[in-house]
Ligand binder design. Structure first.
Ligand code: HEM
Length: 458
């Protein structure tokens, strides 16, 4: 009798706990005033399942359409670096830590520094065009080229040279050396859904027991540490080229000037953050631009005509690219229609909320790819146009906004605005199957695949 009462007591307590939890989540949780899917009110499993389905970029848009301008929040993830959890510019939620990490290295990401990197971008464009010509164009059989993969080879190699002074060798070899890109993609596929349920991340990777048995060899961090040492040695013995100044040179200066904030481990984190933040994002933007240009005959004709008239040099300089307004419109529109980051790090937004695709600011048919929306309309004055474009750029969240805006945005635009016209000067690019859509899989990055292209020399 006593046992039975005790069992009922335990059962009743469990039911009460569940009811109290449901009551709290539904009525008192700080986010409970926001509408959304019912299951998401009670568990992060909804988010986990959505991201694991790899189409979360579409779910977010559908939710905005259904519920209006609301924005949820989440706990970002941090990974192990050595024996400690590594906080980087992205993953720290604390504003003071963020500005402490940002301030010592901000100049490395300035527009002036981005332009100093131009010779590195040129070097990579030349390597890419030469290798595409040798491997694809000159090949005896007309074979399709996975242009999307080449965009990754380019963005990873450019970022590696700018960061450490040494390419991964993807462009040179025309392949994913040691399957490094594939392994990073696979890791992202695990982390993306995991990061939606912080307790799952703790259970699988961060708790004390897992920590005892986990594999401590972080190959990426080890590679970064050895490249940093190599650069330090070259700087010490005078064999390092003084210009352009690489990211690592800026980071080492930051260490000298702010030794209490920037230690050896922080430098490793800065460099690996650069590769993680600045490679896939640029590759995705480049794929969107080229895909849209190949798919829309009117856009292609207009862009090619603009480039033909301007007769820029090869590789196209940043200054020349600045004189191609339609190219700029194509870039802006591509970043708007397919933002590379699929799970934007959720931040505090203005009280009235923020909206991307539906906002009236975009003009008619916001879901259609239409670079002309960025150009001056016939009945618009120059001032009105400047004001409208500035407002559209503010509304475009591809690079984030506010104090957390992407630090590499200038640099990415330099890489993109130079490569696109340079490729179009040298090659005629045609999709192998014009009717077939590319394949998009979303997580932290909204990656595209199946973009096979025929490349002919011009
Ligand atoms: C088209 C290319 C790129 C896109 C779309 C992009 C997008 C973003 C986004 C959405 C954020 C997060 C904003 C937030 O936290 O709310 C971000 C942050 C960041 N990005 Fe980029 N990014 C690009 C290229 C790059 C490049 C080339 C670099 C490196 C040179 C870079 C370095 C960073 C860094 C360091 C941050 C953290 C900034 C901070 O928290 O202060 N990104 N980026």
């Amino acid at each position: 009798m006593y046992m039975l009462t005790e069992q009922w007591y335990l059962f009743g307590s469990a039911i009460l706990a569940v009811l109290l939890y449901a009551l709290y989540q539904n009525f008192f949780h700080p986010l409970s005033r926001y509408p959304g899917p019912l299951l998401a009110r009670f568990t992060d499993y909804w988010r986990f399942r959505d991201v694991r389905g790899r189409q979360c970029h579409l779910t977010r848009v559908a939710l905005h359409e259904k519920h209006g301008p609301v924005s949820p929040f989440y706990h970002p993830f941090q990974g192990w670096v050595g024996d400690k959890i590594g906080y980087n510019l992205f993953t720290t939620r604390d504003a003071t830590t963020h500005s402490m990490l940002k301030q010592p290295v901000a100049t490395a990401y300035s527009f002036k520094s981005a332009l100093e990197f131009e010779p590195i971008v040129d070097e990579c464009i030349e390597t890419m065009v030469t290798r595409l010509d040798e491997m694809i164009v000159q090949s005896k059989t007309k074979k399709p080229c996975d242009l999307g993969a080449w965009m990754q080879y380019y963005s990873f190699d450019v970022m590696a040279i700018m960061t450490w002074g040494k390419a991964f060798g993807f462009l040179d070899r025309g392949e994913d050396v040691n399957s490094m890109i594939q392994r990073l993609d696979e890791r992202m596929d695990v982390i993306s859904p995991q990061s939606q349920m912080p307790w799952l991340d703790w259970l699988q990777t961060k708790n004390g027991i897992v920590n005892l048995f986990r594999d401590r060899t972080n190959k990426f961090a080890t590679l970064a540490a050895s490249l940093i040492q190599e650069r330090q040695k070259a700087l010490a013995d005078g064999s390092a080229k003084p210009s352009p100044r690489l990211f690592i040179d800026h980071f080492l200066d930051a260490q000298r000037m702010h030794p209490t904030v920037v230690d050896a481990r922080t430098i490793v984190i800065y460099t690996t953050t650069n590769i993680m933040a600045g490679s896939d994002t640029v590759a995705i933007a480049l794929r969107t631009i080229l895909y849209m240009v190949m798919r829309h005959a009117d856009v292609r004709e207009r862009l090619l005509a603009e480039i033909d008239t301007a007769k820029p040099s090869f590789p196209v300089t940043w200054e020349e690219a600045q004189r191609l307004p339609y190219l700029d419109a194509v870039i802006q529109e591509s970043l708007r229609i397919h933002p590379p980051v699929g799970l934007p790090l959720e931040r505090v937004v203005p009280a009235e909320g923020l909206m991307m695709q539906d906002a009236p600011i975009w003009g008619p048919e916001p879901k259609t790819f239409n670079p002309s929306r960025w150009l001056k309309a016939v009945d618009e004055s120059a001032e009105e146009h400047t004001r409208r474009v500035a407002a559209m750029k503010r509304a475009s969240l591809a690079f984030g906004a506010g104090s957390r805006t992407c630090m590499g945005r200038h640099l990415s635009l330099v890489q993109i605005a130079k490569l696109v016209p340079s490729l179009l000067i040298k090659f005629k690019l045609t999709l192998v199957d014009k009717e077939r859509d590319w394949k998009v899989t979303a997580g932290w990055f909204v990656r595209q695949a199946e973009m096979d292209v025929f490349i002919e020399s011009k």
